[in-house]
Structures are given as structure tokens and as C-alpha cells.
Design a protein around this ligand. Structure first.
Ligand SMILES: [Zn+2]
Length: 192
């Protein structure tokens, strides 16, 4: 297995439509496993083949509480229902997140890594990830689904929003250093 380079927005391949996989062969499965490794290394929940420069309808998804990554070939969303606003990021847009519109639940079909046809109805993170990844295969990005008036915001490596101190209208440099260190003091010591 190998880690692949992840293409970043606005790379043109991210706006192209991936082609249907006709044959599940060793080469395709090697690509799938490379994608799993690349996704894990980058700390992502999902990755579509477009993002590593391969225009093939192949996605991988890693749900944090699941041990194994999911590999889906030629995935298709068969039904979607409801609407919700969720926070989302993309490995091709590292360091950013945004609020986007997604379905409440979906039903999707695909081939799994053993070439078995699967049909799954799901909500929550898997549903969100699947909508995101199938979009990639069609050249669509999460930025195309922004909630009205929402804009992407910067986050740190843990996904925490940056620049939040600006919301209070105060300049960071005016904050006394002893206040910044206050968080390191256990609560029990602060009381004394
Ligand atoms: Zn993405």
C-alpha cells in the first residue's frame, strides 16, 4: 500500500465526472487500499478516487467507531429524504469547514470490495459521507452545498475553529499573558 497525494481545490480533476468501473481487478483493489491508507493518514472520514487523480467511481469511507474501512465501487444514491444542516470538511480543502445542507437519510447501492451488491439505508455520518463522496465522483464539492449565507471557516488540526477570539472584538495581542495561561490551572486551584 502507498500514500497518494490528495489533490486540492481548485484542481480541475475535482470538477470532472469519474467513469464507471467495469472490472474489479487487482489494480482497482490496490488503488482502493492506497486510498484507505491515504484517508487514514490524513485523518479523514472519506475519500473519492478523483481526489487522488483517478477518474474511477470508487470511494472509501472510515466511520470513526468502525474498525474496517468501507470500500464502495460504482456507488449510487437510490433515494434521499429530509434535510439537515451539518458541519463538514473535505480532504481536498484542508484546514476548512463549513455548514452544508445534507439529507436526513439516504439509501445507496454499490459493489463492495468482494464485488457483492450492497443496498444500504443509513442516516448520520455514513449518510453524510456517502453524499459527499458520490458528489466527488460527479465533480461536485461540499462548497456547492453551503447553507445560505454560510462561508467556510478555518479550523485547527483538531477541527476547532480558529480566530474565535475576534468575535469578541478584542485584539489578541491586548490579552494579558496571565489570562491566556489561566486555562492551564486546574479549576480547584482557581477557587483558592
Ligand atoms: Zn471531499
Amino acid at each position: 500500500m502507498a500514500i497518494r497525494d490528495i489533490l486540492a481545490i481548485p484542481h480541475p480533476i475535482l470538477r470532472q465526472r469519474a467513469k464507471k468501473v467495469r472490472r474489479v481487478d487487482k489494480r482497482l483493489l490496490r488503488l482502493a487500499h492506497d486510498m484507505v491508507e491515504t484517508m487514514r493518514e490524513a485523518g479523514g472520514v472519506g475519500l473519492a478516487a478523483n481526489q487522488v487523480g483517478e477518474l474511477r467511481r470508487l470511494v472509501v469511507i472510515q466511520i470513526p467507531e468502525e474498525e474496517e474501512a468501507r470500500i464502495y465501487i460504482n456507488p449510487e444514491i437510490l433515494k434521499r429524504s429530509g434535510a439537515r444542516e451539518v458541519e463538514e470538511g473535505c480532504l481536498s480543502h484542508a484546514g476548512y469547514r463549513a455548514m452544508v445542507n445534507r439529507s436526513e437519510w439516504i439509501r445507496f447501492g454499490a459493489l463492495d470490495h468482494t464485488e457483492k451488491v450492497v443496498k444500504i439505508k443509513t442516516d448520520g455520518l455514513l449518510s453524510q459521507a456517502m453524499e459527499h463522496e458520490v458528489d466527488h465522483l460527479n465533480g461536485i464539492l461540499y462548497l456547492d452545498h453551503l447553507v445560505e449565507h454560510a462561508t467556510p471557516y478555518r479550523v485547527d488540526e483538531e477541527g476547532q475553529p480558529l480566530d474565535t477570539e475576534l468575535e469578541s472584538g478584542e485584539d489578541e495581542s491586548d490579552t494579558p499573558s496571565d489570562l491566556l495561561e489561566d486555562d492551564d490551572v486546574p479549576a480547584s486551584m482557581k477557587i483558592k
